[in-house]
Design a binder for this molecule. Sequence first.
Ligand code: ADP
Ligand code: PAZ
Length: 311
Amino acid sequence: MRPEFTSPFTEIDRAEWARLAGETPMPLTEEEVDSFRGLGEPLDLAEVSEVYRPLSRLINQYAIATREMHQRTRGFLQRNGERQSPFVIGIAGSVAVGKSTVARILRDLLARWPETPSVQLVTTDGFLYPTRELERRGIVHRKGFPESYDRRALLRFVSQVKAGVEEVRAPVYSHLVYDIVPDEFTIVRQPDILIVEGLNVLQPASMQHPLAVSDLFDFSVYVDARVSDIQRWYRNRFLHLRESAFSNPRSHFRRFATLNDEAASAIADEFWNNINEPNLVENIRPTRARATLVLRKESDHRVQKVLLRKL
Ligand SMILES: Nc1ncnc2c1ncn2[C@@H]1O[C@H](COP(=O)(O)OP(=O)(O)O)[C@@H](O)[C@H]1O
Ligand SMILES: CC(C)(COP(=O)(O)O)[C@@H](O)C(=O)NCCC(=O)O
């Protein structure tokens, strides 16, 4: 008889999860929470305290345990002088699900633990091919799909940080001009924790790419929500961006700044239906089961359920 399929995750509801913060202090002020909040997200102190404080405690436990495992391995190899390699966290999920907010909160909370004062955050958009190269490959309308990234460069970058290279540079993407910024870099200098945030960070290895960046993660988070909710968040954010980013004369989307709600919603839905939802369904969501932990958001953006990998 075939064994029953069992979920690799333990499910924890919000109330139980909130209790798991234990004695972890709640160090953030209202102003700090404001500064992490993404456009259109109702993040507040209660959300940080009940969802992200327990998560920061759990990741701290993983970081301590991983450090000990590395020490034991170095002891076994009789290479005790070697440097401790950073703990690497991946954060995945759809466009407009709020990954950047989760990443910014974790960067701040994790840096408050005495074991990991230096936490650096990098988003994978810097590893998108520049528009010129997307054009050459005929994939301009596939931005955000796995093939639109220089996966080798991303893997090289994370490998070098993990190997303890003193200074490693990541290219920078501008949402405003919708392209890579020439000669601008984020410099990563031997952090205790590196957070890598992006749509496709949990993609598995393949014949063509035998090692994936996800193979270098010590912990990963998938930010999850219903597709219909994410579409609504995407549309609302697009409407909001008309008054801010799109009004900037340098914005790639400046032609949308003067559209009324109806016309702008139609454009947002077109982007969603042609690019972002297919990418979510075909590439991103299938990687959810590979995460260490899934944060499940309800339609008000609040996390109501946490899934933690048990196998
Ligand atoms: N067209 C745009 N112009 C300016 N900022 C944008 C644009 N699209 C997205 N952003 C910003 O870029 C960041 C990343 O967005 P996204 O990739 O959708 O991930 P997420 O919403 O999961 O953080 C967010 O802070 C978002 O507000
Ligand atoms: C830049 C992105 C591909 C996300 O990059 P990430 O940092 O998640 O790798 C995405 O936010 C985006 O702009 N997608 C293009 C389609 C759109 O504008 O909706």
